[in-house]
Design a protein around this ligand. Structure first.
Ligand SMILES: [Zn+2]
Length: 404
């Protein structure tokens, strides 16, 4: 064959691999033209212990200088309540501490950078003013201590989503994290009270977050909610088969109801290869983690430190995912559900390993670049970076208004 014919055939054979050439200018223009919204940051676990988010840090994934470099428009900070607080009966207490670190240490101490946002319109207004919108999501349904009054209290303080469970099953919803533990009483999804929680969230205008729940709880929550539901930080089980990720059926159902899947950036959420090398797949590692959990049952801070040390010492050199693995998760949702149903839920400072090329929040423009290279239009990229989440939030607000 003549060389020219060879080249032509080659070009025809690999159009999917062809990447657009993209300039820095184009990346900047498209990224700045979007409201970049991230729906899950655990940086609150640092600020609650007195760490200052205002100063650039050599460790962790997020601080004000790096948020600005990353062009972040809005962050949902997690008022994360560990399972150990349920056991010690201080879950609502802990949630209040975590909400306070968002209101007091993050927004209150840095009013030149942040403003608390309570609605989709707030996010747009704060973004226009040049500040970063700060929002509150409560992570772990045990935080409400089985009391709708406490749920309403969290809403009044500004919480705009509740993750129905963390990795622990609570009194009204099963988690994906302990389904195989015979010592844990399970409910086969949501209980009647769990359905009441969702009805009250719909009435208030609080987004139902199904990250962390069991598959049955997911389907129950989907059926119970009158508003769209979402995952604040999960990825695709088709690409990494872990219980925290969502099956294609779940993703399609979320999309059908107008919700969104905000992709978790954790390496093991994005890549099967990385997940297979994870300590969470090793029975010996799981036993060790359970031992730590028992030993430090009443010392949640110490437990967190010991867990971190365990991961660092035993799993410090795990393989990392690539930025392309995140983009493959975007592509997958676009393929099975459409471009209106995917967004970003980093889990910054909550995961131990991020993809190469996405080491911290300052690297967010690399996502925009990769999407442009893949041929996504500027309009579609704006949806993925934040527009889809704004749509869901607006719809949740509309359902709430109609209920009143
Ligand atoms: Zn989480």
């Amino acid at each position: 064959m003549k060389p020219l014919v060879c080249l032509l055939l080659l070009a025809l054979a690999v159009p999917a691999l062809a990447q657009r050439k993209v300039t820095d200018d184009e990346v900047r223009r498209v990224h700045q033209g979007a409201i970049v919204i991230d729906t899950h940051s655990d940086t609150t676990s640092r600020t609650v212990d007195g760490w200052n988010i205002g100063e650039r840090s050599e460790t962790g994934h997020m601080d004000i200088p790096r948020m600005k470099e990353g062009g972040l428009g809005a962050e949902f900070f997690a008022a994360y309540v560990g399972a150990s607080y349920a056991k010690s009966g201080r879950a609502a207490h802990r949630a209040l501490e975590m909400i306070d670190t968002i209101r007091f240490d993050i927004v209150g101490r840095h009013p030149e950078t942040f403003e608390l946002a309570l609605t989709a319109a707030d996010i747009e207004r704060v973004h226009k003013s040049g500040k970063i919108a700060a929002l509150i999501g409560v992570e772990g349904g045990h935080a409400i201590e089985n009391d709708l009054r406490i749920l309403r209290g969290f809403y009044a303080l500004g919480a705009r989503y509740l993750t129905l469970t963390h990795s622990n099953t609570n009194d009204w919803a099963d988690s994906s994290g302990d389904l195989d533990d015979p010592k844990v009483p399970h409910h086969n999804g949501l209980t009647d009270f769990g359905r009441q929680v969702i009805a009250e969230m719909n009435r208030l205008g609080m987004m139902v977050d199904i990250a962390h729940v069991s598959d049955k709880t997911f389907w129950d929550a989907l059926a119970a909610s009158r508003a769209p539901i979402f995952s604040s930080h999960s990825s695709c089980r088709a690409l990494s088969d872990i219980p925290r990720n969502m099956t294609d059926e779940m993703i399609s159902a979320v999309a059908k109801k107008g919700g969104v899947v905000q992709l978790n950036f954790g390496s093991d959420f994005l890549s099967q290869k990385v997940a297979d090398a994870s300590p969470l797949r090793s029975p010996a590692a799981m036993r060790k983690l359970q031992e730590l959990e028992e030993k430090y049952r009443d010392q949640p801070q110490q437990l967190a430190e010991e867990r971190k040390r365990f991961f660092r010492e035993n799993y410090g050199k795990r393989p990392r995912a690539a930025l392309d693995d995140l983009i493959a998760n975007v592509d997958h949702i676009v393929k099975i559900a459409g471009v209106d149903y995917v967004g970003l839920g980093s889990d910054f400072d909550g995961v131990s390993s991020l993809p190469v090329g996405l080491d911290d929040v300052s690297k967010l423009p690399n996502i925009t670049r990769a999407l442009l290279e893949r041929g996504y239009s500027a309009a579609d990229i704006r949806k993925i970076l934040g527009g889809n989440l704004l749509r869901v939030m607006r719809e949740v607000e509309r359902v709430s208004r109609e209920a009143k």
